[in-house]
Design a protein around this ligand. Structure first.
Ligand code: CA
Ligand code: CA
Ligand code: CA
Length: 315
């Protein structure tokens, strides 16, 4: 299903209010359905399992997680995770990633941007409780991103990571994208504005019908992240507190890298009459941006360590 079909599927969808949790009737289900129809038409044994959206925290822009409703309603596994030694990922015991090199933001020097993504991945890697191997691969194409390819009708992005490189690369950082990408993936027509409050997004793709490690959870095939260039990004480690109107890329890259390594949103989001949206407890994996956070907090470490402790220690 190309862009025009996706748009047709979205016709009538309107801007939505803020919700914090998965919902069968979330407008972004149309995006999951469209992507899965395309994957099926390509003959790929892949499906989109969930979309995790990071809210800017401005106004009432919460984040949310949208789980494939077809999975929710069926008798499939209730969640997903990477499977160690997964045959369909080359029996690897490490996690590999690629970084897009063309979809940069003009907000700070392009030359710094890959290093910020690496910082995001390596900060999780440095947790010594579970020293999984996290290894960068050379980008298989300058413009990476299957969802971007899909949303732009093949004009941008690439199918290389779900095609010839399928099973070789686990995590794809697809770059900074402008509207209308954000409205489309959030489930409204371009210009309707439902994507305006989303800072970043992570798409989880799972294999269909496998549970290689027998843990009752679908096995992840690929994770893909993007960042919203409609916002102004900074990389000085100082600017980017709530209310600054600018956002620290390292903080958001760390958050999206957490999703790539199976961390879900964490903590409660509440509405305060003076402060607006607040989170508790504070964590990198809060569903909204909460200012500069360039180090993992207790809840982030706890989830990461328990999840990855069964994997062999590597560097
Ligand atoms: Ca891209
Ligand atoms: Ca599994
Ligand atoms: Ca920007």
């Amino acid at each position: 299903m190309k862009l025009k079909h996706l748009l047709a599927a979205l016709a009538g969808a309107c801007a939505m209010g803020a919700i914090a949790t998965a919902s069968d009737d979330d407008p972004a289900q149309a995006t999951i359905d469209a992507l899965n129809a395309e994957l099926a038409s390509m003959g790929l044994n892949l499906e989109v399992d969930k979309i995790e959206l990071l809210g800017s925290g401005e106004g009432l822009n919460m984040g949310r997680t949208v789980i494939n409703a077809a999975r929710d309603k069926g008798n499939k596994q209730l969640s997903s995770d990477w499977a160690i030694n997964d045959q369909f990922r080359g029996n690897r015991t490490n996690i590999t990633y690629m970084i897009d090199s063309v979809d940069t933001t003009a907000d700070f020097p392009a030359g710094e941007q890959p290093d910020v993504v690496r910082f995001g991945m390596e900060t999780w890697d440095e947790e010594t409780c579970s020293n999984i191997g996290i290894d960068e691969l050379p980008a298989a194409a300058p413009d990476l991103g299957f969802v971007q390819w899909q949303v732009t009708g093949g004009a941008q992005g690439s199918t290389v990571t779900v095609g010839p490189r399928l099973g070789q690369v686990d995590v794809v950082h697809g770059g900074f994208l402008p509207q209308p990408f954000w409205d489309i993936i959030a489930g409204c027509a371009p210009g309707a504005g439902c994507g305006n409050g989303i800072l970043g997004v992570n798409f989880t793709f799972t294999w269909i019908g496998t549970d290689w490690d027998g843990n009752g959870r679908s096995d992840v095939a690929i994770k893909e992240s993007y960042y919203n260039d409609e916002f102004t990004w900074v990389n000085d480690g100082v600017l980017g507190e709530r209310g600054d109107g600018v956002f620290d890329f390292a903080t958001v890259a760390l958050h999206e890298s957490g999703h790539a390594l199976s961390r879900a949103h964490f903590g409660d989001v509440a509405i305060h009459h003076k402060k607006g949206l607040t989170t508790s407890p504070a964590a990198v994996m809060n569903a909204i941006y909460g200012g500069v956070k360039r180090g993992l907090r207790g809840p982030d470490k706890g989830g990461h360590c328990s999840d990855w402790s069964a994997w062999p220690t590597q560097n």
